[in-house]
Design a protein around this ligand. Structure first.
Ligand code: HDE
Length: 676
């Protein structure tokens, strides 16, 4: 087995129809595909037209139920490489040998929206990884937020009913800004911590390539000696964690509802393979009760400053899917797909998930044989006595399909632990059967306050704005007030800030005495790089060619993607006759689709050109984006009165300009800019 094992397995199922003769599904060549078989040229269609019937029947059955949550998703193939053997902590085969590469398939998703919904909505993002290991598939089914809304799986249907469009009018799509969601929050206060994340910039990522992933639950690593550690999983994007601004995110939803999938698939096509490092936080079993939170509580994170994240490997996404339905839509993840050395804990949210995922695949993929679909097949062999069911592919030979038997020498036989058989961690459990919440799960606000304390001033401002937007869309005055009162327990400035914006009464009680903060939670402290960022270059005829060429070359060297925008498609001629191909017009592009704008200008000085350029500049400016201008371009900055603002770069020395502009692009946004 090697990093190509999955690709080689999928190859057996790939079909290229181009250049071939058309047949029915039975292999019969078809002579005509435009006209159904009729009794006479103007007569009725005949029942015996098997080609028509087969084609139409297949079409009628093309859709399957979308996922109840995470319906909108996009995926890619890749590879996982380990940095150092993890033998001390786990016996998982794929975490032993740094020279071994494991194929992976990753699906990113939004949670609330339907399959056709926009991608830049405010929401958590799913981050689900299937490792095709030699010991079977291991699925790490996480999110880009490290905590969850609820503590017990039995509340999940309620949470999802409250988030989804309201049942009487199916409004709003892919949004939490409505009464039922906030009514649920105010009446289920364990959600406070996750709501803080959902109202923060984390919920509007710039790219799937620029967000963290978290396993959320506490799992167990078990080593060869049977010793266990509690473990939390992290994915850290090599490009850093970056977000959009809310106004921009909403506009992108209209201008390009496919923004995130386009970004991911284009990056892979360009060879800019997205990379994420895998990190683990480890707590010894004997330290289970050494923290001021319960390690089993999924509404709590382990502050990285207290429990460091050990980086153990890297995942690179390097191949787009061939067919979205066959791969992305039919992939079936399950947190219960584990390998020896990785085990569960009693987190009541995780325990419930272990039931739900197979159950949902049975309805979604139509029966118990979904593991045989090419994308879901393990790359190692699998044998058992399960038989039959809808869509069975495997042809199991022989007489015997039961255990124990003598006719097949009692095979397939269970494997001992030494032979790789999965043996559950022998945790001692005892207790009464109760329906209750542990006392240790009852602090709902301390970590929500820690999250708030950890934010930079602009991040805090964004959170207040997000609450103001969301609750501004809520109609019930009572729900609005309940939410204000609830978040007063997190922080009074926060609650007062949005209470004022929505015309609610300021909270009278509340205020937290938690002063702890965790710098790792602020995106201000993330990595900053210019590579793979997209710059829109506004260019007209007679542009200064030597200057533009040198800046474009400098951008390219740093991996920045420059795309030309002008009034028309075709070519624009520069001052010395150099021609540049235009990628977008003012009509087909928009400032919100770029990380930065570079204004070159030219002699297309008509009114419309000036107005369109001003729109791009002002829009980028109000979204705090870097703007660059050289020579003639500087006139535009002056005309729009932004020349001396932070993140606005201009100059006539091309080397200096390129260097400062690239540094500005890496900076991502300039929050200290005055935007009115
Ligand atoms: Fe899921 N979740 N979930 N979830 N979840 C599903 O499974 C569920 C939870 C997550 O790209 C469903 O195949 C319950 C937490 C991702 O295909 C379903 C509970 C986390 C994906 C389901 C949770 C997740 C799903 C719907 C509460 C982060 C998309 C379709 C106990 C750790 C995977 C499907 C993909 C999908 C149930 C909570 C992540 C219904 C009952 C917490 C990334 O089975």
């Amino acid at each position: 087995m090697n990093e190509n094992s999955k690709n080689e397995q999928l190859e057996q199922y790939r079909v290229d129809d181009s250049g071939k003769k058309m047949t029915t599904n039975q292999g019969l060549k078809v002579s005509e595909d435009e006209f159904s078989l009729k009794a006479g040229e103007r007569g009725p269609t005949l029942m015996e037209d098997f080609h028509f019937r087969e084609k139409m029947t297949h079409f009628d059955h093309e859709r399957i139920p979308e996922r109840i949550v995470h319906a909108r998703g996009f995926a890619a193939h890749g590879v996982f490489e380990l940095y150092e053997p993890m033998k001390e902590y786990t016996k998982a085969g794929f975490l032993q040998d740094p020279s071994k590469k494991t194929p992976v398939f990753v699906r990113f998703s939004t949670v609330a929206g339907s399959r056709g919904s926009a991608e830049t909505v405010r929401d958590a993002r799913g981050f689900a990884t299937k490792f095709y290991t030699e010991e079977g598939n291991y699925d790490l089914v996480g999110n880009n937020i490290p905590v969850f809304f609820i503590q017990d799986a039995i509340k999940f249907p309620d949470l999802v009913h409250a988030i989804k469009p309201e049942p009487h009018n199916e409004i709003p799509q892919a949004a939490t800004a409505h009464d039922t969601f906030w009514d649920f929050i105010a009446n289920n206060q364990e959600s406070a911590h996750m709501v803080m994340w959902a109202m923060s910039d984390r919920a509007i990522p710039r790219s799937f390539r620029m967000m963290e992933g978290f396993g959320v639950h506490t799992f167990r690593f078990v080593n060869g000696e049977g010793k266990a550690h509690f473990v939390k999983f992290h994915w850290k994007p090599v490009l850093g964690t970056h977000s959009l601004v809310w106004d921009e995110a909403q506009k992108i939803s209209g201008k390009d509802p496919d923004f995130h999938r386009r970004d991911l698939s284009e990056a892979i096509d360009n060879g800019d393979f997205p990379e994420y490092e895998l990190g683990v936080q480890l707590i010894k079993e004997e330290d289970e009760f050494s923290f001021d939170f319960d390690v089993l509580d999924p509404t709590k994170l382990w502050p990285e400053e207290d429990v460091p994240v050990k980086i153990i490997g890297k995942m690179t996404l390097n191949r787009n899917v061939d067919n979205v339905f066959a791969e992305t839509e039919q992939v079936a993840f399950h947190p219960g797909h584990v390998v020896p050395g990785i085990d569960f804990t009693n987190d009541p949210l995780l325990q419930g998930r272990l039931f739900s995922y197979t159950d949902t695949q049975l309805i979604r993929l139509g029966g118990p044989n979904f593991h045989e679909l090419p994308i879901n097949r393990p790359v190692c062999p699998f044998h058992n006595n399960q038989r039959d069911g809808y869509g069975r592919h495997t042809i199991n030979k022989g007489q015997v399909s039961y255990h124990k038997n003598s006719l097949a020498a009692n095979t397939p036989a269970p494997a001992s632990e030494e032979e790789g058989g999965y043996v559950h961690y022998q945790e001692k459990v005892e207790g009464r059967k109760v329906r209750t919440r542990s006392e240790s799960f009852k602090d709902h606000f301390s970590q929500a306050t820690m999250f708030w304390n950890s934010m930079s001033e602009p991040e805090k401002e964004h959170i207040i704005q997000a609450f103001s937007f969301e609750l501004g869309k809520v109609k019930s005055k009572s729900v609005q007030q309940q939410v204000v009162n609830m978040f007063a327990n997190v922080n009074l400035d926060l609650a007062k800030g949005f209470a004022e914006a929505i015309g609610a009464n300021p909270p009278e009680n509340g205020e937290s005495d938690v002063s702890k903060s965790s710098p790792a939670l602020s995106q201000e402290n993330t990595k900053k790089k210019p590579s793979t960022r997209k710059v829109g270059v506004i260019i007209g005829s007679n542009f200064n060619a030597p200057e533009v060429t040198s800046v474009l070359n400098a951008l390219k060297e740093e991996g920045v993607q420059a795309e030309m925008i002008s009034d028309k498609l075709g070519k624009k001629k520069g001052s010395d006759g150099t021609e540049l191909e235009i990628d977008h017009t003012f009509l087909t592009a928009d400032s919100v689709l770029f990380d930065a704008i570079y204004v070159v200008g030219g002699s297309d000085g008509n009114k419309k050109f000036i107005k369109d350029t001003a729109y791009f500049i002002n829009e980028a400016f109000s979204h705090y984006k870097p703007i660059g201008a050289t020579h003639e371009g500087k006139k535009w900055l002056e005309a729009n009165e932004i020349k001396d603002s932070p993140g606005v770069v201009h100059g006539d020395d091309m080397n200096e300009f390129a260097e400062s502009f690239i540094a500005a692009i890496a900076e991502h946004r300039y929050w200290d800019r005055k935007v009115v």
